[in-house]
Design a protein around this ligand. Structure first.
Ligand code: PLP
Length: 392
């Protein structure tokens, strides 16, 4: 096998050919500014509104509730800062969790330095929050609950409907970072009582640098980016029309065959987990055994470093990740793995393989075969492993 094996689909995905084909004309002949009154402008405007409508429909929202952003991080920043500053006369308390993406965590840290109170909820060993702890954390100053739909590192899916009910009952806004969930899970924002939801196209085979924030009608939120009157005066800047068209196409494709995609990925995922567990000793699956994203595999290999594992896999042309892409390069173990209670030395030996539409069972077998050899070789160099073996 000389092709690259890409198992880092939670970091980003390739743009599908059908998506790219729809985007290209909006770079070249259909380049009008959607705000312009002449027909070249209206062509762009119409394409953008069609995309907005497609996305809204898929999550059971109205098109006037969908706002395009420059990606998932911007959507998260906007939701949290926008609600915080738009509702500070009502309160200054925000509830989130310890396992959020940094786009949420660092935004909350920033607000904490600027007069807001943040509660970071703990999670259990599977990465699940406790609904009782959430209820107990609510005060009459709480203005926002921000809890991710599914975790990017360990794949755990939170009880979103129940969280939405609690927020609704207490009249608190509920934001969810659904960047990993969208394209993998059927999401109905009304049924789930979601007030704000972040999505990003490059995680579901669309282009990078485009995302959206769903804002339920009536939600009081400040803008993040000021300027022209684009996006109903809420997000200034000339719209990224080609990317918006691509995101619309990508979401349409994702939901056309959602069940098939899920069944296939879940089978591949479980097969990869089983083959690793059957062939390599001293491993541990991180995250929930069933309430997890269909393509997510996150495993700790004791006695070795995730980084060395990644480098060895790269030499075999296999791409994975040790925790989240944003934390690689730093020596701190992932905040998510620490939050589920892993000791530092075990958290360091983690590997995330996230599967996508282009992975096959043949690739799984190849990766497991290489992993067995790599893990064994790296463990031979570990004094700790030597000691364990001597004791047996
Ligand atoms: C990728 C990701 C983001 C950031 O989205 P970008 O479009 O890359 O800014 C936010 N949250 C989660 C859960 C993600 O996986």
């Amino acid at each position: 096998m000389d092709k690259y094996i890409y198992m880092d689909n939670a970091a980003t995905t390739p743009v599908k050919k059908e998506v790219l084909d729809e985007m290209i004309p909006y770079f070249t002949e259909k380049y009008g500014n959607p705000s312009s009154v002449y027909s070249l402008g209206s062509i762009s405007k119409r394409a953008m509104e069609d995309s907005r409508e497609k996305i809204a429909k898929i999550i059971n929202a109205d098109k006037r509730e969908m706002f395009f952003t420059g990606g998932g991080s911007e959507a998260d920043n906007w939701a949290i800062k926008g609600i915080a500053y738009g509702n500070k006369q009502k309160g200054n308390h925000i509830i989130t969790t310890k396992i959020e993406h940094h786009a949420v965590l660092h935004t909350c840290d920033y607000l904490q330095k600027n007069g807001f109170d943040i509660t970071y909820l703990d999670v259990d060993e599977y990465g699940m929050i406790s609904l009782d702890e959430l209820k107990e954390a609510i005060t009459d100053r709480t203005i926002l609950i921000s809890i991710m739909f599914a975790n990017n590192e360990i794949g755990t899916i939170q009880p979103i409907k129940e969280i939405g009910e609690i927020a609704k009952e207490r009249k608190i806004y509920f934001h969810t970072d659904a960047v990993q969930a969208i394209g993998n899970i059927k999401i109905d924002v009304k049924e789930l009582n979601i007030d704000l939801m972040s999505i990003s196209a490059h995680k579901f085979y669309g282009p990078k640098g485009i995302g959206a924030l769903y804002i339920k009608q009536g939600v009081k939120i400040d803008p993040l980016i000021s300027g022209g009157g684009q996006e109903r005066n809420r997000r200034a800047g000339t719209e990224n029309v080609a990317a918006i068209v691509g995101m619309g196409k990508a979401i349409e494709l994702a939901y056309e065959d959602l069940e098939e995609h899920n069944d296939r990925l879940t089978k591949l995922r479980d097969s990869l987990i089983k083959k690793i567990e059957d062939n390599i000793p001293y491993v541990r699956l991180n995250g929930h055994p069933t309430k997890r994203l269909p393509g997510n595999v996150n495993i700790c290999f004791r006695f070795i470093e995730g980084e060395s594992l990644l480098l060895s896999l790269d030499m075999e042309k296999i791409a994975g990740s040790s925790g989240s892409a944003c934390t690689s390069g730093s020596l701190d173990p992932s905040h998510v793995l620490l939050a589920i209670g892993l000791p530092h030395e075990i958290a360091h030996g983690s590997l995330r393989l996230s599967l996508g539409d282009f992975n096959t069972e043949e690739e799984i077998d190849f990766v497991v075969e290489k992993l067995v050899k790599i893990v064994d070789r790296l463990r031979q160099m570990s004094p700790l492993y030597e000691k364990i073996k001597e004791e047996q």
